[in-house]
Design a protein around this ligand. Sequence first.
Ligand code: GAR
Length: 200
Amino acid sequence: MINLGVLISGRGSNLQAIIDACEKGEIPAKVAVVISDNPEAYGLTRAKKHKIATRLFEKNKFEDKNTYELEIVKTLEEHKVDLVCLAGYMRIVGPALLSSYQGKMMNIHPALLPSFPGLNVQKAALNYGVKVSGATVHFVDDDCDTGPIIAQAAVPVLENDTEETLSARILEQEHKIYPQAIKLFAQGRLKIEGRRVKIK
Ligand code: GAR
């Protein structure tokens, strides 16, 4: 059984999918702490409903990003976190946080990376006119949405899609592949070899 630390900024539907998978015993893991940078994040309410420890760290209340991230590291260590899951955490991770959890930090992204990194990517995919988009779970490295890919799921982009309908179709897949990726990590089955993640 491994301990997860989940970082969020908002709604927390991926957090919910992870909590549910843990509680159903589908993955040998437990959410030890949920950390938010946003006091309004609904994910905090979700965590509290499941009696999971929550912490709020508002970046603008810290001297700089380094100090902010060191507080997060301290909290993750206090909760003996083995794997950090970014789940709608809308910040680029800096060296203070990354250096403590290199190879032990995952992110979920609502596009088929390396296409459409960054923000508002469902809209970007629609505007570009791609016929297929999807979701990606990847290890976090020192750039934005560039780390080694663990899992991906594709969805069709339909003629009459809006940003909302495409986002919903992608989100459904996110909720499946994120718990699956965490399960593989918890089972010790992921091995990073350069850019490739081998599944044992
Ligand atoms: C999800 O679609 C996630 O992939 C995306 O934010 C949403 C969070 O939803 N993350 C990013 O865009 C990160 N760059 P949730 O709070 O309901 O899980």
